[in-house]
Design a protein around this ligand. Sequence first.
Ligand code: AP5
Ligand code: MG
Length: 303
Amino acid sequence: MRIVLMGAPGSGKGTQAQRLVSHFGIPQISTGDILRQHRKDGTELGKRADAIMAAGKLVDDATMLDIIRDRVAQPDAQRGFILDGFPRTQAQAEGLTALMRDLGTPIDAVVLFEVGEEELVRRISGRRTCSLCNKVFNIYSAPPTVPATDCVAGSSEHQLFQRKDDEEATVKERLRVYEANTRPVLSYYSDAGLLRSVSAEGTLDQITQRLHAALAAAAAPRAPRKSRKSARTPRRVARKAAGARTARVAKSRSRKAGTRKPAARKPPRTQAKAKAVRRRPSRKPALRTARRKARPVRRKSKR
Ligand code: AP5
Ligand code: MG
């Protein structure tokens, strides 16, 4: 499955993406994590992205599309992937559609996580990430277990750090950028019939359940309206109904136009006709006699 998770900063995209990874066995592609890795490795891109991320702004579309093109070409992404944090602009969304079209593997579902602003700020201020395994925690709502049994790096303790861009001023700017650049992208996907929204407030398990329901609904094949109707209605019935409809429409049109002819009355039955009907011989007795004659005669057997 090829899934896109959308939502404001702190809405839980990364947290739920990590749960989907173990369920579907497909990778999470978080553009934020990829950029943070470049920053850590001190690459050219990392150096360039550092100031942009610290200010809560967006890295340019061409760079982000190059990153995605390379990442979806990796062997582990051939069965599908979970995009987290991409696309964030209209140009990125259109670029992704074109890329998927070229690869012949369209996006299956886009899920929007809906969370109120107050809750977003609370979540971001409590977020901590493990520098060893990238697992996301929250000192208020989802603290790590001690000792760590789930650190994929094999450490007995998660090495937690707070993201540089989680300072109050930067968070405000990220929320503003989301409203200005990313929210408009939602209508692009709803017009394409791909967008599903889930309330992302509640426990982690509740949200995972809603997410799975949304993905199942997106995966269910939708029969086009026309074929659903013809499957229900036999052709003969449909033709009859269409005929009746045409007659009704013609009747109402002529009534509106005042051109409706008075209904033709049945002429009274003449006496001669009535007699003719009465005199018509019934065929029933003749039939009965003919059948009796045709019946084989049974003879009593002599013993
Ligand atoms: P990125 O890393 O993608 O950040 P983001 O989109 O702002 O989203 P977050 O990672 O902050 O939130 P999330 O939705 O993943 O929430 P999480 O699961 O962590 O991007 C960072 C920067 O990189 C951008 O600002 C930009 O500069 C650049 N960038 C990235 N992609 C780009 C692109 N495509 N184009 C241009 N620039 C790009 O959860 C948050 C907290 O809440 C956690 O502590 C978690 O434990 C907790 N939590 C989660 N669910 C719940 C719950 N149900 N109840 C209580 N707490 C919860
Ligand atoms: Mg994230």
